[in-house]
Write a protein that binds this ligand. Structure first.
Ligand code: FUC
Length: 330
């Protein structure tokens, strides 16, 4: 892959909000939004240059900045699963198949299909994963549609179709920082989830849904400030409310509301980010960003009590994610 293959596409709505999408991984490269004082700030954290996304370090780190992830987002234990009495072996590293493996969709160049301008601008990109790639059955066609509404809602819709029975779990992996700089410690977080998934030392789900008690520092069912803690957890969405999660910064007064048709959200607040490249915003070394990855449960193909991740031949998989941004006025 060369730099010549890399393209950035832009959507701008009438509120001046601008979204940039990189064709590598159909990744959210930046999202610039007006804060309470009318300053346009980039609330998406990622490598500064598009060329950074095709370095060997980028591939190895697999941090998936802004990326569309698949064929299976999250972990699959031992890189194995069974479908109709057939065992499938996937690429794995130390007992874990992560984010679709080393040739996951996040490392492919996606095709630009179409783009609309004016009000509620949108774009659609697609990619293809052939039968047997990384060990998955079925030729899989994947499409993503990004829409930026006039109300500052970023709508992401993934669809996928296979010619054979397979498993699929896609998500978007954007790192947000609602201050456009510094740390997300101090942002408020609320997740409409009473349970998370219990995992082993390699972060592989063991099949148990754990009720979060109120004292647990990772219980965000009531809005609270993000402290200096690393979070890498799957929250099981209650689905009792209109919204699924909310992040808010009192500094910029920017609020992010997540809504999805998915059963879970993986919240990822890394302690640090890799140092191989510069970042596009001046983030702190510690707790610089938060990802809200709407998806099915990791390792669902290996747990009969988890929602099914099976996609039958000819059926359409759909994952709808809405990140709505409001500037809260007192
Ligand atoms: C999240 C996490 C992983 C990983 C990755 C980049 O999905 O669950 O642990 O580090 O993102």
């Amino acid at each position: 892959m060369t730099t010549n293959n890399l393209q950035i596409y832009k959507l701008t709505n009438t509120a001046e909000t601008t979204l940039e999408i990189l064709n590598l991984g159909a990744s959210v490269f930046s999202l610039k939004i007006n804060d309470i004082e009318g300053n346009l700030i980039n609330i998406v954290v990622g490598p500064e240059k598009k060329e950074d996304y095709i370095t060997e370090e980028y591939l190895q780190e697999n941090m998936c900045f802004g990326a569309s992830i698949g064929r299976y987002a999250g972990r699959i234990s031992d890189g194995e699963f069974k479908l109709d009495e057939t065992n499938y072996k996937l690429f794995q590293n130390d007992g874990v198949h992560l984010h679709g493996g080393i040739r996951g969709l996040q490392h492919k160049i996606w095709n630009m299909n179409s783009q609309t301008f004016g009000e509620n601008p949108s774009m659609s990109l697609s990619c293809f994963s052939e039968d047997g790639e990384e060990g998955y059955p079925g030729n899989l066609k994947v499409e993503v549609c990004y829409t930026l509404t006039e109300e500052n809602e970023l709508k992401i819709e993934y669809t996928a179709k296979s010619d054979k029975k397979t498993i699929v779990n896609l998500t978007n992996h954007t790192y947000f920082n609602l201050n456009g700089e510094g740390s997300v410690s101090g942002h408020e977080l609320q997740i409409n989830a009473a349970k998370n998934l219990e995992v082993d030392a390699k972060l592989r789900p063991i099949g148990i849904l754990r009720t979060l008690n109120l004292e647990t520092e990772k219980n965000f069912s009531v809005s609270k400030k993000i402290e200096n803690i690393q979070v890498d957890d799957t929250f099981v969405l209650d689905k009792l409310d209109e919204t699924d999660a909310r992040v808010y910064s009192a500094k910029t007064k920017i609020e992010l509301i997540l809504k999805t048709n998915q059963p879970a959200v993986v919240i990822f607040i890394p302690k640090n980010l890799p140092h191989h490249w510069n970042y596009n915003t001046r983030v702190s070394k510690q707790f610089p960003s938060i990802c809200l990855e709407a998806q099915n449960y990791p390792d669902a193909p290996n747990h009969s009590n988890f929602p099914s991740a099976i996609l039958n031949a000819g059926d359409t998989y759909t994952n709808k994610i809405s990140y709505k941004f409001n500037v809260v006025k007192d």
